[in-house]
Design a protein around this ligand. Structure first.
Ligand code: SF4
Ligand code: SF4
Length: 311
């Protein structure tokens, strides 16, 4: 279909991970491409390294073999940002660091790493194509994730167009926050969409994500109306103390029912898998005191979220 949005393709973008053999992010076996940059700032984000658009420095002191034994990062840092801490480990002063990456290049234990690198669309698609045999047998393909694919719209468009041009199936995982024209342009080259609805309560949404949810809800309505044949799965990450109430889940379920009978609705239980990434980026984990979610609570909420499935 011809792209009427005049969104230009961009042939290079910032990618922070390419994960092969995923089974939960689209039909069949998928290769997930994680793009950097996101307009939301969710307190529970499991991929904090996806929030900023640029490459970042991650440091894990447990992997540092000791400044007395190594010290390569201290010697090479042009900004004096690295020092020795009381435990003989490297310490990075992030106020002095300009993310040049020199320390990561010379760190023998990979205690310091650069998260995110510029890649061309062709480079990414070549990596995705390596598993073509698995996609054809399983119905899988490329899934764009993040971060937020809509936040690098031209690069996402280039990846989706190239993938379709090479006969690969495509999917997008999105928070839905972008101009409608961007979402529309990308969905013309998507075979499946996973769309987050975190809360329908505006104030709560702002408190938990930093942004208003009006455009997210409106875009979902437009998506269902404009792409009636596109399989759409709406996901709600269930976050303790934020949206883990029966009233919230019922409200989202009823909102979806009013839009389309074909939307699949899934609840994703909160987990803390991303916590160590916050530490490695030198950021406090915002939900460190959050209570856990019991399986019984999830079962109750899932029973409220039941929606017809067309798969
Ligand atoms: S990334 Fe560059 S500026 Fe930052 S600590 Fe490493 S060498 Fe120093
Ligand atoms: S280069 Fe790596 S291993 Fe060596 S002192 Fe620095 S952080 Fe530790």
């Amino acid at each position: 279909m011809k792209d009427k949005s005049h969104l230009n393709t961009v042939m290079e973008g910032c990618v922070f991970n390419i994960q092969k053999f995923s089974l939960h992010d689209g039909t069949g076996i998928r290769t997930l491409v994680f793009l950097k940059g996101c307009p939301l700032n969710c307190m529970w984000c499991a991929n904090p390294e996806g929030k900023n658009h640029y490459p970042e420095i991650a440091y894990n002191p447990e992997k540092c073999i000791g400044v007395d034994q190594c010290g390569a990062c201290l010697r090479i840092c042009p900004n004096g940002a690295v020092s020795r801490d009381a435990q003989n480990k490297a310490f990075i002063d992030r106020n002095l660091c300009n993310r040049c990456g020199l320390c990561a290049d010379c760190c023998p234990s990979r205690a310091i790493e650069v998260l995110g690198r510029m890649m061309t669309a062709e480079e990414v698609i070549r990596i995705v194509e390596e598993d073509g045999a698995f996609y054809s047998r399983s119905g899988g393909g490329l899934t764009l994730s993040g971060g937020e694919p809509l936040d690098q719209p031209g690069f996402s468009l280039a990846l989706l167009e190239k993938a379709h041009g090479r006969g690969l199936r495509t999917a997008i995982e999105t928070s839905g926050l972008a101009r409608w024209e961007i979402l529309e342009a990308l969905c013309r080259h998507a075979d499946q969409v996973f769309y987050d609805i975190k809360s329908l309560d505006r104030k709560r949404h702002v408190a938990g994500t930093g942004v208003d949810n009006t455009r997210i809800a409106e875009n979902l309505k437009k998506l269902c109306a404009g792409f009636p044949c596109l399989p759409i799965t709406v996901r709600t990450p269930v976050i303790p103390g934020f949206n883990d109430s029966a009233a919230e889940i019922r409200a989202i379920r009823d909102f979806l029912s009013a839009i389309s009978a074909d939307i699949i609705y899934e609840l994703l239980p909160y987990h803390r898998f991303g916590e160590s990434k916050y530490h490695s980026l030198g950021i406090d984990y915002p939900l460190k005191d959050a209570p856990g979610l019991t399986e019984k609570m999830m079962e109750t909420l899932r029973s409220l979220s039941d929606r017809p499935s067309r798969l």
